[in-house]
Design a protein around this ligand. Structure first.
Ligand SMILES: *Cc1c(COP(=O)(O)O)cnc(C)c1O
Length: 366
């Protein structure tokens, strides 16, 4: 079996142990004589699976009892609507636009209310997190402040959460979810598509402070029942048929994180991998990182040469070494290595060795 060095930004590498466990259980889950794929979501066996996934996630992220954990379909993108529909009680919210997904969230919110632009780094093509120091004052009259904590395409992270006073902070944490510990009490709500770091595509986790979701969504007049956080909380994330297999597999990833040492260990490993790569880039004459140093992500490392033709040669040559998924997003160009939890230090070494060889061979040919 040949497994590649997979740096895909999402859907992304999953822990091999998780895939093997799922494979072993695939045809007959726990003596039921059927696959999880074939099982009623209303069965006691499935209820135990979803309860265990939620409880494991609650342990590893230390989610307080005052927060609900919900599983949705529809990706993080559906939550761009879910957040305003549920939380825009006075109709005014604030958005930090630090990348493409942040911008999409902001644009979607404008469909439902007054979505203020609080800060943006658009003028430098999102190579950094904008200055967030003045947000506290602006946040006072808002229903919430929305940030995208890790900008998957641009390789930047909000390392210092903005002060928002009593106004809830809402964060799209899709691409840094389970990459490092989060202090959940600093947020009113976080949401994450699982396919970056926590499971397969088709599962989105929403963690929301119970008092924020009220009796009904803010926009009960138009909010689909499916998207009502209160309705889903009351139904244990099974208002309708959930992504049953995706939640099962995500639960296995949560267990893998726990037995591998939890989120502190994930952070240690992710920093080690990212620093190896950034260290190489900082010492290189050919390659350079595209994100401002203070904003650098430990999930997505973006870099390039000064020539699109050379970038294309780097990407094509990588495939010959079993290195895949390093083509940068078209909005940035160049390369991007996503070094999520399931990507090994060994894979990053292979990538750095390859880039170093490419650079030497390039210099010799000059
Ligand atoms: C991938 C991603 C999204 C979009 O996720 P979908 O599951 O495709 O809706 C949104 N935000 C961030 C930060 C992402 O990384």
């Amino acid at each position: 079996m040949a497994r590649v060095h997979n740096f895909s930004a999402g859907p992304a590498a999953l822990p091999l142990e998780v895939l093997e466990e799922a494979q072993a259980e695939f045809l007959d889950y726990a003596g039921t004589g059927m696959s999880v794929l074939e099982m009623s979501h209303r069965s006691a066996v499935y209820q135990a699976i979803i309860d265990d996934a939620e409880a494991t996630l609650r342990r590893i992220l230390r989610v307080p009892d005052t927060y609900r954990i919900l599983f949705f379909q529809g990706g993080a993108t559906l939550q761009f609507a879910g957040v305003p529909l549920n939380l825009m009680r006075t109709g005014r919210a604030g958005y930090v636009v630090s990348g493409n997904f942040a911008k999409k969230a902001w644009q979607e919110a404008q469909r439902y209310g007054d979505a203020h632009l609080l800060a943006t780094s658009a003028e430098t093509n999102f190579d950094r997190i904008p200055d967030l120091s003045s947000i506290a004052a602006a946040a006072r009259d808002l229903d919430y402040v929305h940030i995208c904590q890790n900008n998957t395409i641009f390789g930047t992270t909000v390392w210092d959460l903005p002060e928002t006073g009593d106004t809830p902070l809402v964060a799209d944490v899709s691409s840094c979810f389970l990459s490092f510990p989060l202090d959940i009490e600093r947020y009113g709500l976080v949401y994450a598509g699982a396919q970056k770091n926590a499971g397969p595509a088709g599962v989105t986790v929403v963690i929301v402070r119970d008092d924020l979701i009220g009796e009904a969504p803010a926009r009960a007049d138009i909010c689909p029942t499916y998207l009502s956080y209160r309705a889903q909380a009351n139904a244990g994330s099974m208002y309708n048929t959930p992504n049953s297999f995706g939640i099962y597999l995500s639960g296995k990833v949560f267990h893998w994180v726990e037995r591998t040492g939890g989120l502190a260990e994930m952070e240690r490993r992710n920093r080690e991998k990212a620093e190896l790569l950034y260290g190489f880039l900082d010492g290189s004459k050919l390659f350079h990182g595209t994100a401002d140093r203070a904003s650098r992500s430990i999930s997505n490392v973006t870099f390039r040469t000064d020539s699109p033709e050379l970038d294309a040669a780097v990407i094509a040559g990588a495939a010959e070494h079993g290195i895949v998924g390093i083509k940068g997003h078209r909005l940035v160009g160049g390369m991007r290595a996503s070094v999520y939890n399931a990507v090994s230090l060994e894979s990053v070494r292979v990538l750095v060795d390859y880039l170093g060889r490419f650079e030497r061979e390039h210099q010799e040919s000059m």
